[in-house]
Design a protein around this ligand. Sequence first.
Ligand SMILES: [Zn+2]
Length: 113
Amino acid sequence: MCSLLRVNHAATTHPAHPHGHQPHTTATTSGDGAMDREQILHLYDWHPGICFRHPGKGAIPTTVIGVIHPRGEGQRDIRACTDCVIDLENATRERLARADEPYRPGQLGEATG
Ligand SMILES: [Zn+2]
């Protein structure tokens, strides 16, 4: 009797933390996945357009990642689809990591400097 009561009481003292459960994963800037795809895509404005790498896809959600100035044509936006933006962000991150410079996503369309 007495021992049963003590077992029950001991079992209720730590009810909320089952062994091995870790609610907080440390998502710091180490290795891959510093920001996930969705987070990066949210940094851009998306409008239907033609991706510079995937013209065959037709009008898809794109964002402006740069401007070119063809001779005699004024200027033209360079648009990239979600896949290409992630690609370019990854490339930028790797390039900056090699140069030991901080990486800030969401700046593909920004002028340098
Ligand atoms: Zn694309």
